[in-house]
Design a protein around this ligand. Sequence first.
Ligand SMILES: Cc1cc2nc3c(=O)[nH]c(=O)nc-3n(C[C@H](O)[C@H](O)[C@H](O)COP(=O)(O)OP(=O)(O)OC[C@H]3O[C@@H](n4cnc5c(N)ncnc54)[C@H](O)[C@@H]3O)c2cc1C
Length: 406
Amino acid sequence: MLASVEFDVSGEDRVFRDAVREFLATHLREELRAGSRATPTVFAEPEISRVWQTILHEKGWLAYNWPKEFGGTGWSPMQRYIFEKECALADAPGLPVLGLKLLAPVLCEYGTAEQQQYYLPKILSGEHYWCQGFSESGAGSDLANLRTSAVKDSAGYVLNGAKLWTTHAHFADHIFCLARTDGAVKPQRGISFFLVDMRQPGVRVRPIRTLAGDHEVNEVFLENVRVPAGDLVGEEGEGWSIAKFLLENERGGSCHAPRLLADIARLRAEAALEPAGDGTSVIDDPLFAARLSRLELEAQALEITELRNLEQMGLGQRPGPQSSIVKLVASDLRRQVDALAVNVFGYVGMQLELQRPLYGADGPAPLHTKSAQVATPRYLNSQAWAIFGGSDEIQRTIIAKTVLLI
Ligand SMILES: Cc1cc2nc3c(=O)[nH]c(=O)nc-3n(C[C@H](O)[C@H](O)[C@H](O)COP(=O)(O)OP(=O)(O)OC[C@H]3O[C@@H](n4cnc5c(N)ncnc54)[C@H](O)[C@@H]3O)c2cc1C
């Protein structure tokens, strides 16, 4: 575990932080930390994320961003931030966010009592694993173009269409989906939000390989897929507003700075190693050291912005369009940090891929080896940050139109 970057906490928050540290020291097993460090993709695979989910659920700390009446922890914004920061510093795996952090707030805000009572406990326990069916071919940046149709009949709705770039659909048993219920009105007004059980005939998942060769995203085909009327969220035609609420949470509802700062701290430690054993290390390069320090400062600035956002949400307000600022900055920093890691490890990583001997018989330090192996695929996969949840160009447009009011 990395030494914690000291954060200015005092009083009750310090007691809370120590309790979190104690819990992580005793419950976050080394194989989970190692799995997290070795993850090349944007999302952690269920093999580790679900184990960590269960551990947190048993402790009662899983729903830390949910309202208290739905099982939330009731933590203050600062406590939520401390928790995320300590988890990042301890190399905790990412959680399955699609259910926990994207769908759950939608159900709390727009769901019926039946939907809340049925779905929320299953998201928490991990019984349901969710994926997100928004994007389609020709409907990514502009979701108003989507063509998946939902036709009402006596038993509910019948869905037909195809979704694209669906993260972890190959693990999921449920998909929350946007589909067109009315083709005669303004495109945005004809869209509805559905909860779809994927364990039925007519749902087909086809893998898409990422640039790094990983299987993280998919195409999902829906052919005469049945959705009971009770699994429509909100009103018919309310899907556009619900999607905007969800996307605000996707962009700014989670904190990105803790993980970025933890990765920067790790990179600093690893850049100080002497891979060739000749007394030189990457951190001695003044240009590298300056780039790393600049990224650290920018991540600290993001941290302050994220804390401000959390305080706003603690007052019951939505993340708001300023979540686009968070997404844009985080996306840029993530790619820069991962690029810098390739500077340190790229060559070593390639050698490992080719299974060649490294630096003599003993090879490099174990920490160095693992980071080297993952640096290049992680850098390639991190390019997706500029695309998913709305591309950088779309975030800039939102900021201009709704934050700067240009
Ligand atoms: C790794 C990954 C995971 C994803 N996971 C999911 C998922 O789980 N569920 C899901 O529903 N979707 C997912 N997506 C899809 C993602 O949300 C879309 O790819 C994204 O919204 C962009 O849409 P598009 O790919 O159709 O590109 P397009 O909308 O065709 O855009 C192509 C280019 O044109 C630019 N552009 C488009 N419109 C404008 C405009 N008005 N002004 C300026 N520039 C513009 C874009 O910025 C982009 O550079 C994922 C994508 C990736 C890469």
